[in-house]
Design a protein around this ligand. Sequence first.
Ligand SMILES: *[C@@H]1O[C@H](CO)[C@@H](O)[C@H](O)[C@H]1NC(C)=O
Ligand SMILES: *[C@@H]1O[C@H](CO)[C@@H](O)[C@H](O)[C@H]1NC(C)=O
Ligand SMILES: *[C@@H]1O[C@H](CO)[C@@H](O)[C@H](O)[C@H]1NC(C)=O
Ligand SMILES: [Zn+2]
Length: 571
Amino acid sequence: MTEKINRHRDKNLDNPWFMRGALAIGLAVVFIALLNNSIHSSTVSWLETYGPGTESKICQQVPKLSPTNKQVEHYVRKKVDSVEYQREVIKKLSGIIQIPSESYDELGPIGEDDRWDIFFRVEEYLINTYPTVFESVKLDHANTHGLILTWQGSVPPSEAKPILLLAHQDVVPVLMENVKDWTHPPYDGHYDGEIIWGRGATDDKGYLVSIIESLDLLIKSGFKPKRTVILAFGCDEEISGENCGRPISNFLVEQYGHDGIYLIMDEGSTGIQREFNRSFAMIGVAEKGYLDVGINVSSTGGHASNPPDHNAIGILSEIVVAIESNPFLGTVTPKNPMYNFLECAAVYAPESSFPMAVRRTLSNAAAQDNNISQEQLDQALGDMRYHFKTSQSVGKINGGVKINAIPETASTMVNLRLAVETSIAQVKSHYESLIKTIAKKHGMVFKGFDSPCDPSVARKICLFGVDALEPAPVSPFDTESFRILSGTIKNVLKPLSQDDELIVTPYLMPANTDTKFFWALTKNIYRFTPVNLVENLNRAHTTNEFIRADEFVREPLFFASLILNADDVVG
Ligand SMILES: *[C@@H]1O[C@H](CO)[C@@H](O)[C@H](O)[C@H]1NC(C)=O
Ligand SMILES: *[C@@H]1O[C@H](CO)[C@@H](O)[C@H](O)[C@H]1NC(C)=O
Ligand SMILES: *[C@@H]1O[C@H](CO)[C@@H](O)[C@H](O)[C@H]1NC(C)=O
Ligand SMILES: [Zn+2]
């Protein structure tokens, strides 16, 4: 998973996996209030809408889905339960962690910058570790290091669309000076009998090994797929994705055409988690969008003894204040999968954590005053509020070289994460109207996002956008492929405690993955890590990244079951 805003490099800050604390009841409060804003006789309506017995209508759960090929399923399950297999697969993960396949922001092109060569070692490792797999699949390379493994099904892809499982080979670099902060060196792949430590353990080598291992298990079981299975491993997910992510996607679009894939699975910052004292399997069905906004202010310079009232730094400051004083507003709409998650919580959270009395009170409150202020919304949603709005963060500012010289230029960069309901165009237009006013006030030339910053103009404000990415289309969750994924989750994965039930819910991915290149291939893109994230406190991008062995060894069973279940629906 990529965290573009702040690559942390071992800094345990702002990690998306940590962003979601336990939800305050307040969240529920506001949600219900918003949800019911059209329902005025609230108590009765609320109970009718979300009370006991409504599970059949809202947040529908599918039953466990077990593959029809019992022989193969039995083989895989027995294998996964064996101590010998577990020892082997742990060794395989440990081995791949030992290859420091770091991707750097400033890498040159593949073939020119020899720091890419480490990925030859990853490929070689996979080929040596999985000889059976590589005998059975067709291996293609996209831009040298993008690996595409195709296990041909007996039914042509035009009749049974292939299933595509994604993972990335690269990891976020570990800075030299941070190595000492690791309990076990980041590239030892140390296994202490319980936990496998190292950079990439969760992000994303655990996922990669699980996927390829699932293929190994299925091939060795004698299973012959009807539906083609494709594994694709990127080499630069943690940076742009341009070197492998995009070429892999281009290759697949050429092979299978638009909408030519049945379902895509990729890493997720969500998995099995607890909210409202209930176990949820959270499937990332969307990702927020992304944009860095650059703002350059140029003004006339001169000696500090004869200054203008407002120089470039002053005007830029005014812009920053305007930006922060006019934040994007949060909204709760059914377009956002978080809305569906809250519906699931409303229906399935235990009364003690989401008490009916509280629901009623809230519902009444909503009926009396359904105009919720942004402050109330923010307060109630807590850390989760940014799932419901476009965030903005002024992350960089530059200007001035000398105390006695009037600065001629000043610039800033603002990082934006776009809410699913919005678009790059809307966000740009918000910035343009805000900043245009300031330019006008100071008699400066204004250049919006689409007009070049004319160097011959002395006094001007220019805007430019970098790394623009629209919010991902929301993947449907009323489809066969979603039901197959849900049924597989129910069949293979366990709730966090024995007396709980695992509820499958759509969710929003706060970070971006390589799936941003794959929208043309299918609407059914699901980001999900099949582990218990309470136990595997995710430390992606930071020190002491790890994965629990008992969880990791079962991941291949999940992917093998998914492949089998998706094969069963081929007519
Ligand atoms: C969560 O639910 C369990 C029963 O499933 C209960 O024993 C526990 O007290 C609950 N915890 C909270 C914080 O409500
Ligand atoms: C904006 O300012 C930055 C920092 O001074 C500079 O590197 C960049 O080239 C400028 N961009 C434009 C479009 O003028
Ligand atoms: C909601 O409240 C705000 C002020 O708190 C007010 O400006 C706005 O008009 C109200 N909207 C409605 C629909 O009542
Ligand atoms: Zn990552």
